[in-house]
Design a protein around this ligand. Structure first.
Ligand SMILES: C=CC1=C(C)c2cc3[nH]c(cc4nc(cc5[nH]c(cc1n2)c(C)c5CCC(=O)O)C(CCC(=O)O)=C4C)c(C)c3C=C
Ligand SMILES: [Fe+2]
Length: 466
């Protein structure tokens, strides 16, 4: 990628902290011990960028454990690469996509800025897109004090980078155990190591085939969708990368390895209660605004419900028949989010006489602020105040060996479907800045003014739920 293209792609991000990120995982770091064999059913959805259609029928139980790939990707996996015989053996790369989190309290506001500047997080109508950055600046500044308190209470920063690095190391080792030598890279959406940094490293390493693996079990426009869009922009603008065969695993909540690993954790944690049979299994998923599902066709809710169904089926097969409930946490801003809301359900359950509750975070596979602070502190306190007497929480999967080994299988299954990305002639907003800087400056000024008005109109952004 040449320098100008690179700066285009980076122009929307706040790189307040210089950081030569270690995006490739060193083989010598041993994060987890892994078994040599795995025998889980598989259900990877490996599709290429041009086939990035959302599958909104995921609630159809038949979809579970089925392998998807585009006809083009499967039948002509290498059609778009020039691969002269002298080129070194296929060098495989795996790119883990994740959200990223502030390393220190000073990073909190710029991290939040990057998050709110993402048009997949605050989805403004096209006409108002010029407001995105000024709005992001305002909201991040207003929210930063409360977020800082949260991060301070969990040790002064997000544990996400460290855990994701450990998962990358573990995945590399699991692949090696299956005789696949691969470099594993980490690409964070809102903090270091940024996607752009990881992509540069992939290019420098002359990777010949890439599997993209989001660390979100379920697909959402706001998570996997957003990260893939950034990748798509970076690859489209680069001669070499646009020819690189890529397979994207869109979601993997339906894989046996994930479902079984979650069931294992739940089964184990239930044993810590005096009367395990009487415990309510309480799944708490990160929410998204209702409009994502209703208007934009986000399959997140369907996939979440399907995911809970599969985990409960697995528990039933083990003779565990506890009651369960799904609710959505972490809503932000003045709009309606997926319901029921975790805080409201906890109060209701407590009032209705539920005495033992096991919280299961289900939309993310690492510990993070929303498990360590929101669930372990805020929700626990609320539940106990509401009448719940026994509280437990299932840990995030992290480097659980059965889980990581299954991710390695998912990567291996996706490899044959890797195909070059389509070239798209859409002009990005970043290039419109380059073409018309004066117009851009006017928009920014006007945007700041309108953002100020928006702040007055949506005072909820100043409140606790922002
Ligand atoms: C599947 C997981 C997630 C979805 C879906 C998601 C959507 C989403 N998030 C926000 C706003 C915020 N998210 C924040 C942190 C955060 N979000 C996720 C996961 C999902 N977000 C994680 C794992 C984390 C924690 C990262 C860490 O540092 O540990 C934050 C910042 C934290 C805070 O201030 O509370 C915000 C803000 C929106 C608006 C959204 C969908 C539109
Ligand atoms: Fe979030």
């Amino acid at each position: 990628m040449d320098a100008s293209m690179s700066s285009h792609a980076l122009s929307g991000l706040n790189f307040s902290k210089s950081n030569t990120a270690d995006v490739t995982r060193d083989r010598s770091l041993h994060a987890c011990e892994l078994p040599r064999q795995s025998s889980w059913r598989s259900g990877t959805t490996g599709r290429t960028f041009q086939n990035l259609k959302l599958d909104t029928s995921a609630h159809n139980r038949n979809l579970a454990a089925k392998t998807f790939c585009s006809a083009e990707a499967c039948i002509h996996p290498l059609s778009a690469i020039e691969s002269p015989s002298h080129v070194e053996e296929d060098k495989v790369g795996v790119l883990l996509l994740n959200l990223g989190g502030p390393d220190t309290l000073n990073d909190v506001q710029p991290f939040l800025y990057n998050l709110f500047a993402d048009p997949d997080i605050i989805r403004l109508p096209r006409l108002f897109r010029f407001l995105q950055q000024p709005l992001a600046r305002l909201i991040s500044t207003l929210r930063a004090p409360k977020s800082k308190e949260g991060y301070a209470s969990i040790g002064g920063g997000s544990p996400l980078r460290k855990i994701t690095d450990e998962q990358a190391d573990a995945l590399k080792m699991a692949l090696e155990a299956k005789k696949v030598a691969a470099n594993v890279y980490v690409a964070m959406r809102y903090w270091h190591p940024f996607t752009e940094e990881a992509v540069q490293q992939i290019k420098r390493d002359r990777i010949k085939k890439l599997v993209v693996l989001p660390l979100y079990p379920q697909y959402s426009i706001s998570t996997t969708g957003s990260s893939v869009r950034v990748l798509q922009d970076l690859f489209r603008e680069d001669k070499v990368l646009s020819r690189l065969p890529v397979a994207i695993i869109q979601s993997w909540y339906q894989r046996g390895g994930y479902v079984n690993s979650m069931a294992d954790l739940i089964e184990k944690e239930l044993q810590s209660f005096g009367s395990p049979d009487e415990v309510m299994i309480f799944f708490s998923a990160h929410g998204v605004p209702v409009s994502y599902v209703r208007d934009a066709g986000d399959p997140y809710k369907d996939q979440m419900e399907d995911c809970i169904y599969l985990i409960m089926q697995e528990l039933k097969a083990r003779g565990i028949n506890n009651d369960h409930k799904l609710a959505y946490q972490s809503r932000v801003g003045p709009v309606q989010w997926l319901k029921p809301y975790t805080d409201e359900v906890l109060v209701e359950l407590g009032k209705n006489g539920v005495k033992s509750l096991l919280a299961v975070p289900v939309s993310f596979v690492s510990e993070h602020i929303e498990t360590l602070e929101e669930i372990d502190m805020e929700y626990k306190e609320l539940a106990l105040e509401s009448g719940v007497e026994n509280w437990g929480r299932v840990p995030a999967l992290g480097c659980t060996s059965t889980f990581i080994t299954d991710l390695a299988d998912a990567v291996i299954e996706a490899l044959p479907s890797a195909a070059a990305m389509t070239t798209d002639t859409t002009v990005s907003e970043a290039s419109s800045f380059k073409q018309n800087p004066a117009g851009f400056a006017i928009k920014m000024l006007l945007g700041s003014f309108l953002a100020f008005i928006a702040l007055l109109v949506f005072p909820a952004f100043k409140n606790q739920n922002v």
